[in-house]
Ligand binder design. Sequence first.
Ligand SMILES: [Zn+2]
Length: 364
Amino acid sequence: MVKTGRAVVYEAPNTPFVIREYPVRDVRSGEVLVRITMSTICRSDIHSYQGRRPNPCPGILGHEIIGVIDQIGEEIFNDLRGAPLSVGDRVTWTEFFHHGESHYRDIHNMPQKSPGLRKYGHDLVEDDPHFLGGFAEYCYIMPGTGILRLPDDLSDEKATPLKCGVATMISITEAADIGLGDTVVVQGLGLLGLYGCAIAKARGARQVIGLDTVTTRLDMAKKFGADHVFDISSMDEETLVGRVRAICPPDGADVGLEVCGVAGAVPTGIQMLRIGGRYVIGGLVNPGDDFTIDGNQILKKLITLKGVHNYHPRHLVQALDFVMANRDRFPFKDIVDSKFTLEQLDEAFEVAATRSVLRAAIVP
Ligand SMILES: [Zn+2]
């Protein structure tokens, strides 16, 4: 009898999800089959669902996934840390896979930008092996993926966001070169921003300032290391910039991080920086995220401006290390604050889209 599994199919933007069954075939060399134990809805899943970014249809969304190894192919021996892998292990893995030649991987040390790279949650469900997204019972881990075994004493709720949100934030804070004594402004306090506050503190930041419009997230940010939070919903740009600069003497913040997905936040954030400040764009994931900026300000203030997309496999390893080392310091368990079944995916997307929950989890 052919083994099958259920998947929640994204047929087109803004239409209800449909549950379908697909065959689950044996793994081939270099592949691993995982039985999904939890996946979470990332903000970019919502952007895809709303048609704001291109994503193949019909497909399976979801790229923050963990699961238990069901079958393991030849040529798969160890995880990214060198730990042996076997059936029954609970694992996470890089959000992308790439096999074959890559100038960006080999010459520029950017495997995450290899030409032809594919990402979980961004494939057509009708094509073999069908299961390449999070909102399903199974997922195949394809050749060219970095796999990481999860410690038994790390809960599913703390482990699932590692794969996109936490690893991405490790990459963003590394690009910002946050070090001892820095003052860091975090624009946007969703999952990325909350982890951003905590990681900035763990990297040695002296002061972290969190900005958002949602009151509950401002309160939460304080538990994640933010020293000051501002509700920006009723503040004009000049007032906001003035208030942030006033608590970053003598001349503004060292670092600004855009993780709110609002293009207009970039010029505002740059005004908060001191001369020689660093600014990283991490949330503008949709095409057409335009902003206007005075290049002369970048020049005169010696500003470093960087973009971060995807992450290097080392960032996934560091994400796990960060969470394990700081799980008593920050309440990571509060981030995944709601759970849904595969059948309830429409409802889960609705509450996630309206920001009435922080991170919705799907448990097949
Ligand atoms: Zn994501």
